[in-house]
Design a protein around this ligand. Structure first.
Ligand SMILES: C[S@@+](CC[C@H](N)C(=O)[O-])C[C@H]1O[C@@H](n2cnc3c(N)ncnc32)[C@H](O)[C@@H]1O
Length: 168
């Protein structure tokens, strides 16, 4: 796509993509999604950000790239192996906290209104636990969902079946 020529990716992205390919992770966010997330992150100085579904850290890299020095990002994933790439790449970035746990349990443990931007990129906090995800959002905060259309690479399970059967 032509517009992608104007998007400058975060410095860490190339390395994460390499590691992602080595590990066989097949659900990365697209560049345009990353660019949008980065822009939203930049609009919230000293913001508190939450990412549901770290993967190997691609969208994490975009979010960190938009955040100022006073912002904080918590990124949650059940898969510690894939998340380990982000842990290694961003080990020196004190703005980032990585949580290796289920997103619903994480959301339930958080205060209401504690995040200014929730980037929902796991089934949990999107198709399951939506109320929990919205509960942690602050007034005026952004809730952004990735992958609203059914994806061929989604894992099997009730969410996949539900989304394929539903026209909306
Ligand atoms: C679409 S991928 C995330 C991609 C990532 N944001 C990126 O840009 O590369 C979805 C992620 O959600 C994680 N996941 C699935 N179920 C989860 C749950 N219940 N809680 C937390 N993470 C979950 C998967 O391990 C997977 O890494």
């Amino acid at each position: 796509m032509e517009e992608l020529e104007f998007i400058r990716p975060p410095a860490a992205l190339a390395h994460i993509l390499e590691r992602m390919a080595e590990l066989g992770f097949g659900m990365p966010s697209e560049e345009r999604t990353g660019a949008l997330s980065r822009t939203i992150a930049a609009s919230k100085p000293a913001g508190r950000f939450l990412e549901l579904g770290t993967g190997t850290g691609i969208s994490t890299a975009w979010l960190l790239d938009g955040m100022d020095a006073a912002s904080q990002l918590v990124s949650v994933d059940v898969d510690a192996r894939f998340q380990g790439v982000a842990r290694e790449v961003f080990s020196r970035d004190e703005r980032l906290t990585l949580a290796a746990e289920d997103a619903i349990s994480f959301l339930q443990s958080q205060e209401a209104g504690s995040f200014d931007f929730v980037f929902a990129d796991a089934m949990a906090g999107k198709y399951e636990g939506l109320d929990e995800a919205l509960r942690v959002l602050s007034a005026g905060g952004f809730y952004v969902i990735d992958d609203m259309l059914p994806q061929a690479n989604w894992p099997d399970g009730p969410s996949k079946t539900m989304r394929w059967l539903s026209p909306h």
